[in-house]
Design a protein around this ligand. Structure first.
Ligand SMILES: NC(=O)c1ccc[n+]([C@@H]2O[C@H](COP(=O)([O-])OP(=O)(O)OC[C@H]3O[C@@H](n4cnc5c(N)ncnc54)[C@H](O)[C@@H]3O)[C@@H](O)[C@H]2O)c1
Length: 353
């Protein structure tokens, strides 16, 4: 089993990564929680494969378990759903000494984390992330949130789990589109911090080989996220590095009303677009953009988009809650493996689109 520790001033917690970890989840959680009650929050897709398994493993270890199964998809990260979740947890008689488990992708992780952070002023929670994006990104770092009708993640908090249990085997049931969606974020980590990871990704020969190395890939990504989060827990400095490809990516998602591209697909387009410009401007080492194109194609991600309506993209960038004020931070690459945060005047962003 691979293990990492997130070490923050007030919160420290372990991340465990192991193929098949879900099979021993009962014993693992027994080591952490002494109270009887555990609520599992999951969605229908994940429940179908792993809901009963996790519940049974916990019951075998004498926990009293209650499962809340939500509809899959971003729509579940809403206040309406949150209120129903609060009700169900209270009906179950949960207390601040008990435990909540987020079993699912980033939607379940964010919503469960927010419910755990707020109900009864805070109930301990554990992440069992099941999508690639959740395993390498959203389950670590403590950001929890729900959406408002006017925008994503507008109500949230920093609330860390007690532990994160990652089983790469569960990714085998993930829809392929979501697997490659997560790969965009894996590629991002390689671009900003880890040339070895990037080079390894280029070497893998098909999906079977990718899955064979998945534990190492997840470990590499979580190590980078750990390093960045430990330096900048509240996302005011270094953590922005993780937004490589995201300024344009978010704008693309918004421009297409969150319907045409998944988050990862949009980030892939954003990484290529911004690197093409920064290379043309002489900031990024020549050839970087070609490497990014090559790796994106390999992982079934589109790299090019024509911005027919640059004004709309600019408008979307300006509406992004992260881009308020006169200046904007863009993340550029010096070369593969080294990302930098560049503060530019808002008008200058046009040069990068
Ligand atoms: N908190 C953070 O730091 C952070 C970071 C990045 C993204 N996010 C959030 O994460 C969310 C996106 O996460 P996501 O991409 O995981 O989406 P998701 O939770 O909707 O999961 C994607 C799909 O895969 C299904 N699924 C998940 N695991 C599965 C498995 N093992 N087998 C079969 N199906 C499975 C889900 O039911 C869903 O249909 C967004 O809401 C985003 O805002 C949060």
């Amino acid at each position: 089993m691979k293990e990492l520790g997130i070490n923050l001033i007030e919160n420290s917690y372990p991340i465990y990564i192991k193929k098949g970890l879900i099979d021993s989840i009962g014993e693992e959680i027994k080591k952490i929680s002494t109270n009887k009650k555990i609520a599992i929050i999951t969605d229908e897709n994940v429940d179908k494969f792993y809901g009963e398994k996790v519940k049974n493993k916990l019951e075998e270890n004498n926990f009293e378990v209650f499962k809340i199964v939500l509809k899959p998809g971003e729509k579940s990260k809403s206040f309406d759903v949150l209120l129903k979740v609060y009700d169900k947890l209270l009906d179950f008689g949960i207390t601040r000494g008990d435990l909540i488990i987020a079993l699912g992708g980033g939607v379940i992780g964010d919503l469960t984390g927010f419910a755990a952070a707020t109900l009864l002023r805070g109930i301990p929670f554990i992440q069992i992330p099941t999508s690639l994006l959740a395993q390498i990104d959203s389950s670590i770092g403590g950001k929890v949130a729900v959406d408002l009708p006017r925008g994503k993640n507008l109500v949230g908090n920093f609330y860390h789990p007690k532990a994160v249990f990652i089983d790469p085997n569960v990714l085998k049931t993930l829809d392929k589109r979501f697997l490659y969606d997560g790969m965009a974020e894996v590629i991002k980590y390689g671009c900003i911090k880890d040339k070895n990871l990037f080079d390894d990704l280029l070497k893998y020969d098909g999906e079977e080989d990718l899955f064979y190395h998945m534990e190492d890939i997840i470990y590499a990504c979580c190590s980078i996220k750990k390093e960045v989060v430990e330096k900048d827990e509240k996302d005011t400095g270094d953590r922005m590095l993780l937004n490589f490809g995201h300024t344009i990516g978010h704008a693309i998602e918004k421009y297409f009303n969150f319907e045409k591209y998944t988050h990862g697909e949009a980030v892939a387009l954003g990484m290529y677009a911004i690197t093409k410009k920064s290379e043309d401007m002489g900031i990024t080492k020549k050839g970087t953009c070609e490497n990014i194109k090559h790796i994106l194609k390999k992982y079934k991600l589109q790299y090019k988009i024509n911005f027919e309506d640059k004004d709309k993209i600019l408008e979307a960038i300006n509406l992004d809650k992260k881009n308020k004020g006169e200046f904007i931070n863009v993340i550029l690459l010096n070369y593969i493996g080294e990302g930098v945060i560049k503060k530019i005047n808002k008008e200058e962003i046009i040069k990068f689109i």
